[in-house]
Each structure stands twice: as C-alpha cells, then as structure tokens.
Design a protein around this ligand. Structure first.
Ligand SMILES: CC(C)(COP(=O)(O)OP(=O)(O)OC[C@H]1O[C@@H](n2cnc3c(N)ncnc32)[C@H](O)[C@@H]1OP(=O)(O)O)[C@@H](O)C(=O)NCCC(=O)NCCS
Length: 148
C-alpha cells in the first residue's frame, strides 16, 4: 500500500473504473483535482484497491473506497480503510463521515465492522435515485498523542 499522490491519479482512475459501475467511476483528472485539494490524502494498493479521504479541522470524510472484483474478500478494503482512518486520526480528525448507498451490502458490512453507525440519510443522493446513508465513526487520538 502506498500513499496516493498526483502521479498516482491515472492508476487510481484505472482501479476506480474496475471497482465501480460505469458512470460512477472517477477519471484521472477527477483524482488529480481531488489530490490537489488541501487536506486530501489517500492510499493505493497495487493489487487493485484505493481509498481517498479529506480532512478539515477535526472532521474527516472518506471520499471513495474501492477494490477491484478480482481482489475482493481478502482484507484489502478493510486495510485501506484502516490506513485512511489512522492517517486522519494522526492529522487531528476526531470524527469521520461517509456516504454509502442503502443497498450496498458489502460496503455497509465493512463499515459496520469498522465501527461506523448511521447518522443520517440523503434521499435520491445517487444518479440511479438510490438513497445514501450517512455513516460516522469516532476516531481515537493516536497513542503517542494521548500522553498515556
Ligand atoms: C466494499 C469493498 C471496498 C470491500 O472491499 P474488500 O477488499 O472486498 O473488503 P474486505 O475483504 O476487506 O472485507 C472486510 C469485511 O467487509 C465485509 N464484506 C466485504 N465484502 C462483503 C460482501 N460481499 N458481503 C458481505 N460482507 C462483506 C465483511 O465483514 C468483510 O470481512 P470478512 O471477509 O472477514 O467477512 C468492495 O466490495 C468494493 O470495492 N465494492 C465496490 C465499490 C464500493 O461499493 N465502494 C464503497 C463505496 S461507499
């Protein structure tokens, strides 16, 4: 797993295109634009996974998370999410949010296992009319910063 930088935008777009349905995938310029924003960071796994997150103050948001079908159910998604949450906590985030389609069982299971709970619902959020659930989790400060 490697930190995502601008040079990784094309590789991230290729993984995203495999991981998401046509029409939902972000292209290279979308990733480049995101990565150029302050507070945006991510991870790329060469086996075919990515996560992109944004931090603002003490709140973070998971912008996207995807694993290519051939590499699923091997712990990659969990590891990418954990890495993003750890970096967000290290950068000072104390709460993290994300949106997920109400019918996206794999993602809902992954997020529930990572401690996310529903805090809201956005009606018709997705292009296909599906609602999004807003999930949130509390982040623990990094051990070194707690003073014991
Ligand atoms: C959601 C996604 C990222 C999961 O990636 P992954 O690498 O397969 O996930 P992991 O192998 O790390 O799974 C971790 C846990 O999540 C849950 N999970 C993952 N896929 C699941 C599935 N198909 N059904 C039920 N639970 C699932 C399980 O609890 C799993 O733990 P387990 O394998 O020990 O049972 C992947 O399915 C994906 O890219 N989907 C399409 C894009 C997407 O929906 N992204 C999220 C948008 S919010």
């Amino acid at each position: 797993m490697i930190p995502a930088n601008l040079a990784a935008a094309a590789a991230m777009a290729a993984i995203h295109a495999e991981s998401f349905p046509a029409g939902e995938a972000w292209d290279g310029s979308a990733f480049a634009a995101q990565l150029a924003q302050p507070g945006v960071f991510g991870r790329l796994d060469p086996q075919g996974g990515l996560v992109l997150a944004r931090i603002a103050g003490d709140e973070a948001e998971i912008l996207t998370l995807g694993v290519v079908p051939a590499s699923r159910r091997r712990g990659l998604g969990r590891a990418l999410l954990a890495a993003a949450l750890a970096e967000a906590a290290a950068r000072g985030a104390r709460r993290v949010f994300l949106e997920v389609a109400v019918a996206n069982q794999p993602a809902l299971a992954l997020y529930a296992a990572a401690g996310f709970t529903p805090v809201g619902r956005r009606r018709g959020y997705y292009a296909d009319g599906q609602d999004a659930l807003v999930l949130s989790a509390v982040l623990s400060p990094p051990a070194a910063a707690t003073g014991g």
